[in-house]
Design a protein around this ligand. Structure first.
Ligand code: MN
Length: 288
């Protein structure tokens, strides 16, 4: 049954993530969440059939048709996950920091449920960052440990194509303008705490949040550009990651939970491992 796996993997006394609840509605929204768990990845979610159909994409979506992004289908998430941004505490499934990287609406180019079952889902996205036509295609992987959950996210050729698309240039929340570091509560986050309390909580279902958060994102981006922070963030990531590793009891708890419940980021292939259809596109990874 849908959301059973979502429920089974989580203890809702311990995680701030929303409870499992099917919400049938007419909306077709999508969200891309940037998730720094055991491995940094992006979670791509489409609202359909009362849940968010979900894929974990190690490199994130791209506007370049040459980038065929590996997308591992993961358990359905509740619709309320749409605007979840924050910290999943150590010891919980997917422990780490979650940013709402992009939000918007999607439009299937055909019968959505039939395309999903067939493993060939074509759609148009209208987000703040990601726009245009895409296909999500179920593939047969030749990896020995394949669970049959591999898909590819491919940009179609249209007016929204950006060759050489670099996702790292867009490290800010579509809701709050914060970087992943700021959401994690690292240095420099304090000034965003108050605006988060004022605007992020409570009003997120109204339309005002979009206008307000876009304004915040714009201000944030302008400031980041001025200070030239983008480069520093990327080079600082390794140190930051090791610094964030939980120590002592928390680490033991985390390890125990991982062995019992796993972490979908942990099941993602390492950078060197590729599903075979991706191989011929490895050149795209070298592009600056
Ligand atoms: Mn994730």
């Amino acid at each position: 049954m849908t959301l059973e796996e979502y429920k089974r993997k989580r203890d809702f006394q311990q995680t701030p993530e929303p409870a499992p609840k099917v919400e049938k509605g007419k909306q077709r929204r999508f969200v891309v969440q940037k998730h720094r768990a055991s491995h940094l990845h992006y979670d791509f979610r489409l609202e359909m059939e009362g849940v968010l159909k979900s894929w974990a994409i190690p490199k994130g979506p791209s506007l370049d048709p040459a980038d065929k992004r590996l997308a591992m289908q993961v358990e359905d998430h509740p619709v309320a996950y749409f605007d979840f941004e924050g910290i999943i505490p150590p010891g919980n499934y997917g422990a780490g920091t979650v940013m709402v990287w992009d939000v918007g609406t999607w439009e299937p180019l055909g019968d959505a449920s039939a395309m999903l079952r067939k493993g060939d889902l074509k759609f148009r996205l209208d987000g703040q960052k990601i726009k245009g036509e895409f296909a999500l295609v179920h593939i047969k992987s030749h990896r020995p440990d394949s669970k049959g959950t591999e898909w590819l996210l491919i940009k179609h050729r249209d007016a929204n194509v950006q060759q050489g698309y670099d996702i790292d240039r867009f490290d800010y929340s579509a809701l709050t303008g914060r970087s992943l570091k700021e959401i994690a509560g690292d240095a420099g986050s304090a000034e965003w705490e108050s605006s988060r309390k004022a605007s992020f909580r409570g009003v997120s279902r109204k339309n005002e949040w979009l206008a307000e958060s876009i304004a915040q994102a714009d201000a944030k981006r302008a400031r980041a550009e001025k200070e030239g922070q983008a480069g520093k963030r990327i080079s600082g990531r390794t140190a930051e990651l090791s610094a964030k590793k939980p120590a002592g009891r928390a680490a033991a708890k985390l390890a125990a939970s991982r062995s019992g419940k796993g972490d979908h980021a942990g099941s993602l292939p390492r950078k060197s491992a590729k599903a075979s259809p991706v191989k011929k596109n490895s050149a795209s990874a070298k592009r600056a």
